[in-house]
Design a protein around this ligand. Sequence first.
Ligand code: BGC
Length: 745
Amino acid sequence: MSLCALSISGFSQDNRAEALLKTMTLEEKVGQMAQITIDVIGKGPNPYSSFEPFEIDTVELRTAVKEYHVGSILNTSNNRALTLKRWNEVISEIQDVATKETRTKIPVIYGIDAIHGATYLAEATMFPQNIGLAATFNPDYARKMAEICAYETRASGIPWVLSPALDLGADPRFSRQQEGFGEDPYLVTVMGEQVIKGYEGDYNDINNPYHVISCPKHFLGYSTSLSGKDRTPAYIPEIILREYHLPPFRKAIEAGANTVMINSGIINGVSVHSSYDLITKLLKQELGFDGVVVSDWNDIENLHRRDRIAKDDKEAIKIAINAGIDMSMIPYDYKKFCNGLVELVNSGEVSMQRIDEAVLRILKLKIKTGLLENPVTSQADYSKVGSDEFGQYAYYAAAESITLLKNKDNILPLKKDSKILVVGPNADNMRTLNGSWTYSWQGEKTDEFAGRFNTIREALKNTFSNVDFIAGVSYNMEGKYYEENKDKFDKAVAASKRADVVILCLGENTYSEKPGDLNDLTLSDMQLELATAIADNAKKVILVLNEGRPRIIRKIEPEMDAIIQIYLPGNYGGDALADILVGKVNPSGKLPYNYPSYPNSLVNYYHKPAEEQIAAEGVYNYESDYNPQYEFGFGLSYTTFEYSNMKVSRENEKILVSVDVKNTGKVGGKEVVQLYSSDLFASMTPDMKRLRRFSKINLKPQEKKTVTFELMITDLAFINADGKSIVEAGDFELGIGTEKVLLTL
Ligand code: BGC
């Protein structure tokens, strides 16, 4: 029978998917569950890379899509961004084969990592990474980033982004801190929801040609392994999973996210890709997720090859599909996956019912996305890609993310004619401003694509009249090479004596996932040495931190006159920083994590009271005091804010909290008003405090505003030892700024 998918429109979407499913052979169904990476169908010597410029190998494409019925493709070729035009050609070529040459005529669903903008699009508008968006404490920017990313991704002909990362950034060692929204579950939840709405639209109308399918990831507990390294075992009790890791995902599902990606890691000895409890019971049944569950890269194979819980690849497929994975990001050896899964169904080891459930979810997604009617978008409908209008938003987001951590004697802002020396490995490249997932996976190709934007050095030159630059050190100088290049270092130190102020741009080079694993959270030796030498010689030093995670700076901190955290601010980060340094923009970012002082004291702001026990006077110094360098929520401004008149009232289940905030300084500024609660005594040792609400307000000099928050009693709940969310009667302290009020339930 030959059946055109288009001919059965008219049914409801669900009926249409069911009708289509009924017409499909087992092989066709299994193919829908297969996702391959684009290099598999590229011209080239092997599936791992393609010749440049990228071209589709028409034979390989037909083998995958026609013969094996592969239903999904992801990624870019050769880990390099393509132009808008090329993306449209590539996607059209794929869809032509899928919709004209296959029996079912079901289009391929193309997915792509679009992490702080349309990562693999040459013309993309790159925003700050999520950690910076979190620091804005302004959900509007999370939304804007996602809306613009959706637009630019759809313009490429791609309907599905593999983001946002909703992993809890509770461990600063983790190599993907920058991809998440920081350590606080509530902040991650609020930002994550806005990103999903920005991608999918308020009503999740993903058939809208300016929306894309979102993919919250990595479900669940990905970011806090014991070693701090990527994809190493984590030990997370259910109570912690539910209290801190689950809320952002719960909200994402409520917000209608249409796909979810599974955590590559291992929790309590169980590979998450094998966990029926987490995938089927928790995600699909308890949270009611009815979209597509996609594996992470190669993670079904990993059950055999890495984790050794399956004796061969076929058993790995059986375990993962039975656990509830609907689509396998294979990404290379699709024949093994497709053949293996067909055999497993034929032998009864995977039921046809499980296959039907998975494929139905995939077909519904394709139908809902409008792919059956419009397998490709038309480039002509997207004139705003990479426009100044989009760039403005990325600039605003960067400007609001930048966090002023120290400003001794109000050295900042600087005068326009200050004699400035710019130093450091992060001062003059677009790569470190953007971090990973920028025109390439590890961000190493950024400078090839982002030449039209300003590095820190360039932006400072455009803003101040007297700017010199000597890098001093560079990342490829680390290790032995550095000793051989000591003269560059000495030059920077000598020049620092002649400047009014040195702007020292330190931090990290780009990384994500395994390449970002770290043995020492302290800032690299080479940079610490440079900072000390500069501080010994310069009149004033402003430290600019350009890093995805907080590298320890305790030893150099006292020597710095000002410290500014810019995170990974994206293509407009240099401009935003220059505007803050000159006082055109008043900084308003706040830290979305505790900035640790010591590598052995990685404690979150919501730690337990036992983390704060200070040794009794005159006894020993146990070094067990709570001692972040800077605390979550902290960030200075060029003005000052005064809090007063905090009031709390309760109406049944509702709690209203209000406070007056006044700008007591001479310049206008934005303030993040943060409401925390502390459960003073509880049947389980309570967190010291938890962020419950926040609001970013703009105040002119001497202006006063009243900010009111509405809480529900259930916002004060915690997960008890039975894994249940409960609110206990007793005293709670509610705090905003310097104000505190007791509430008794
Ligand atoms: C990452 C995912 C990503 C996927 C596809 C994996 O290695 O963990 O976050 O979406 O690759 O590129």
